[in-house]
Every structure is written in structure tokens, then in C-alpha cells.
Design a protein around this ligand. Structure first.
Ligand code: COA
Length: 409
């Protein structure tokens, strides 16, 4: 066999078909010719890298350039996506070299963090990604779904046809997005080509997206986008499933009314939803939380690309000074001792004795407020070198709500 010469570089428009075919092979997911125009509108071709074996694409790695919410700020972030290697070329270091190219590119572009959803959790920690947030799932028995101390419905619910959704939903999303670490801005194009993209072959036997908006005091205050899968048990009993795609609301009242609508859909036996916030408030609104079958899995993985910039970008909830001893084998520019003054968000290299020692991937949890330093220390991922430093760090990195990314990308 002749030696393999692999080069990782940006793609051009003429490579799109090979790029898409490689993703199909890597994920075993079908993409149809009719999806290609949508795909082209979604990507920024300058941010798509491929591994070439001569002129054949054998690996892919893309980035969506996000405006991404972190505590107290909105920053540029690399939204890593479409990472795949052909089965014929696996385990020869192609992913590793694509990750190196991508990380250098993000660093050169002054993106201080990168985020992704992982198809397999085992892949990314070696590249410095750490767990930043969890997602909740539910599988609700509809006949047990009710509200505690229920005063009855308020406001009104309106079905929103497909051609009206882009006029109504983005402003609701925006109100939540700007204050929720883990969410990113959606352009109108993104809503069309990603959030609402709804070709028949992606429905798996369910309806197209339906959408209902809750109005409180005449203002659109929450929405749910969902599909229904029609089923009959024993040919006689209605047993349909509602699959919630996205449910967002701007207040506790709006949250309750959005879910009241969902709980009330007739002929439905079960309601499923993924991508819910880890601190989903409905869990505390119902008399029988266990019946929601609320469970967790991990959601966003985050990489600190530039520690100095990333720590300076966020806001802090308490004033203190902390020195971190950080190890980062993949991005060595982050390795060393860093002093953070949380009162001014000033970050500098230092020779001071460290308060906390950790690998760079352990910073992902506290960075968005998903996990505390104390939780990471309990897992052996952070070492406290100055007594009391964990408590001070937790107070400074505290956020009132958990981070939330309601959408896979
Ligand atoms: C995951 C995938 C991209 C790996 O590509 P690859 O070129 O074979 O990976 P590399 O040879 O560069 O391996 C780099 C490291 O990752 C590890 N690794 C690779 N794939 C892995 C997997 N699926 N699970 C756990 N570890 C994995 C390798 O063991 C290697 O570890 P090391 O550096 O510590 O020795 C490829 O198998 C693939 O396309 N899988 C299906 C699609 C997918 O899951 N993509 C990820 C999307 S989020």
C-alpha cells in the first residue's frame, strides 16, 4: 500500500459534493440532493475544513461562527460541527490533525471559546473540551400531567402557520437568548435552514412541524414547535405521541401556559422532548414530577481556546483574586499560571503560588455556570491548593440559572 499523504485545508465550492458525501458516510445519515442548496445557505465556506487524500475528501470539520451568550456577555465562538472521517481512513490521526487546524484557525480569528455537541462523548476531552452543560429529556404520561395549585389558563394560544413563524418566534427567542449562557444568535437564514428545516425525509413518520404561540396581555410570550406521531393501541385506544422540538417562554406564566397547551393535546398518550434546560422549571410546577420521566444527558462541550481572553470576557458574581495553574497539552499557549481579578475581569500571567490546579477541560463547567469547582474537585478534576479557594471560585463563577443550548448544531 502506498503511504498516505493527507492534507487538511479549506474547501472550495467545487468540493461541496465530496464534503457532503463524506459526512453521509461518516454518520450513516442520508443527505439528499434536495438538501444541498439548504446546506450551502447554512455554511460559511471559509470555515469548512477537509482532509484530502490526494484530491479525495476523506475527513470533514466545520465551524459555525456564533455570537454566543456567556455570563454577562455575548462573544464570538466557534460552533464546531460536521466532524467526520471516512470509515476507510479511520484511526490514522486525521481527526487529530483537523482539530489542530481548526483550533489554530479559531485562535487566529480571536475566538476565545469553541463549543460542540458530541456524537460520542469519548472523543473530545483529549482535545481540551470539557462538559459545559447538561440537557433534560422527558417522556411524559399525559394523563398524569397537571399543575400544582392551578388557577386555570390565562392569556390565549394561537396556532402559527409555517409562513408566519419567522415573524413571531425570533423576538421571543431573542429575549431569552441574550440572558441565557449557552444560547447563540439565530439569523433569519439560520431559522429557515436549520431551526425550521423540515423536509419530509427527516420526519420519520411524524407530521410536519406544528407551532403554537402563547400570548399574555396581547404579547407573544412563549412558543412550542412540535410534531405528532399518530398511533392507536389495540386498534381502539388513541396513543399518539407529541414530539416537542422546541419550547421557549419568557416568564413562569408563559412557561406554564406553553406546557398547558402541550399537556392538553387530544388523542395523545405520551409527550417526549429533548434539549430541555437542566433546571427545567416545569419539574417544580407539577404535583407528580416523577411522572415526567425527566432524565439527563450531557449537551454542550466547550473548549477554552484562549484562556486570557475567555476569562476576561465573562462577568463574575463575587469579587476575589484567584490564581489558576492550568495544563493544556493541545493548545500550549494556555498552559501556565493565570491570575484572575474578578472585580475587574483582568487576567494576567503570574508567578504567584496557585490557588487551584486543573487541566483546561475542567474550566468548561464553571465557565458557563453548568458545574461548580467544588463538584469538579469532588470528581478529582480540580485540586484546591489554597484552603477556601474552591468556595471563593464558586462564588465568583456562580450563575443564577444553568446554561442551556436548546438546539443541536
Ligand atoms: C470520530 C472520528 C471523527 C474519529 O476520526 P479518526 O480520524 O479515526 O480519529 P484519529 O485517528 O485522529 O484519533 C484521534 C484520537 O481520538 C480517538 N478516537 C477516535 N475516534 C474515537 C471514538 N469514536 N471514540 C473514542 N475515541 C476516539 C483515537 O483513539 C485517538 O486517540 P489518541 O490521540 O489518544 O490516540 C471518526 O471515527 C468518525 O467519523 N466517526 C463517526 C462520526 C462521528 O462520530 N463524528 C464525531 C462527530 S461529533
Amino acid at each position: 500500500m502506498r503511504p498516505m499523504s493527507i492534507e487538511v485545508r479549506n474547501i472550495e465550492k467545487r468540493h461541496l459534493e465530496g464534503f457532503v458525501t463524506t459526512i453521509e458516510h461518516a454518520f450513516g445519515a442520508e443527505m439528499r440532493a434536495s438538501d444541498i442548496p439548504n446546506f450551502e445557505r447554512k455554511i460559511d465556506i471559509d470555515r469548512m475544513h477537509a482532509a484530502f487524500d490526494d484530491d479525495q475528501i476523506v475527513g470533514t470539520a466545520g465551524v459555525f461562527p456564533f455570537r454566543f451568550t456567556i455570563p454577562g456577555n455575548v462573544v464570538d465562538a466557534a460552533g464546531v460541527t460536521m466532524v467526520g472521517v471516512l470509515p476507510s481512513h479511520r484511526r490514522r490521526g486525521i481527526l487529530r490533525s483537523m482539530m489542530e487546524t481548526q483550533m489554530r484557525d479559531a485562535h487566529d480569528r480571536d475566538e476565545h471559546i469553541a463549543v460542540l455537541w458530541a456524537s460520542e462523548e469519548s472523543i473530545y476531552q483529549r482535545f481540551g473540551y470539557g462538559l459545559a452543560s447538561n440537557q433534560g429529556h422527558v417522556n411524559i404520561e399525559r394523563d398524569r400531567a397537571a399543575f400544582l395549585d392551578d388557577q386555570g389558563p390565562i392569556g390565549r394560544v394561537r396556532m402559527v402557520p409555517a409562513d408566519e413563524r419567522l415573524k413571531v418566534l425570533p423576538s421571543i427567542y431573542e429575549q431569552i437568548r441574550k440572558d441565557t449562557p449557552g444560547m447563540y444568535e439565530r439569523s433569519l437564514t439560520w431559522w429557515e435552514v436549520h431551526s425550521f428545516y423540515d423536509p419530509e425525509h427527516l420526519r420519520h413518520g411524524a407530521t410536519p412541524y406544528f407551532c403554537a404561540v402563547v400570548e399574555l396581555d396581547g404579547e407573544p410570550s412563549g412558543y412550542v414547535v412540535y410534531r405528532m406521531k399518530s398511533r392507536w393501541a389495540d386498534d381502539t385506544t388513541p396513543a399518539s405521541v407529541v414530539e416537542v422540538h422546541e419550547a421557549l417562554a419568557t416568564s413562569p406564566d408563559a412557561t406554564r401556559e406553553v406546557w398547558r397547551y402541550v399537556f392538553g393535546i387530544d388523542l395523545v398518550q405520551r409527550i417526549t422532548a429533548y434539549y430541555l434546560p437542566a433546571d427545567w422549571p416545569v419539574f417544580l410546577m407539577v404535583p407528580e414530577p416523577r411522572r415526567l420521566r425527566f432524565s439527563f444527558s450531557e449537551s454542550l462541550w466547550l473548549r477554552i481556546v484562549d484562556i486570557e481572553g475567555a476569562l476576561a470576557d465573562r462577568s463574575y458574581a463575587a469579587e476575589t483574586a484567584l490564581t489558576f495553574e492550568v495544563v493544556d497539552e493541545f493548545c500550549p499557549w494556555n498552559t501556565g499560571r493565570w491570575k484572575l481579578d474578578t472585580a475587574t475581569a483582568r487576567v494576567e500571567r503570574t508567578e504567584d503560588e496557585p490557588d487551584l490546579a486543573l487541566k483546561v477541560n475542567a474550566l468548561a463547567g464553571p465557565y458557563l455556570g453548568g458545574f461548580t469547582f467544588t463538584e469538579l474537585a469532588a470528581a478529582g478534576r480540580v485540586t484546591e491548593l489554597t484552603p477556601g479557594a474552591l468556595e471563593r471560585a464558586d462564588a465568583a463563577f456562580h450563575t443564577p440559572r444553568k446554561p442551556w443550548c436548546p438546539e443541536n448544531f
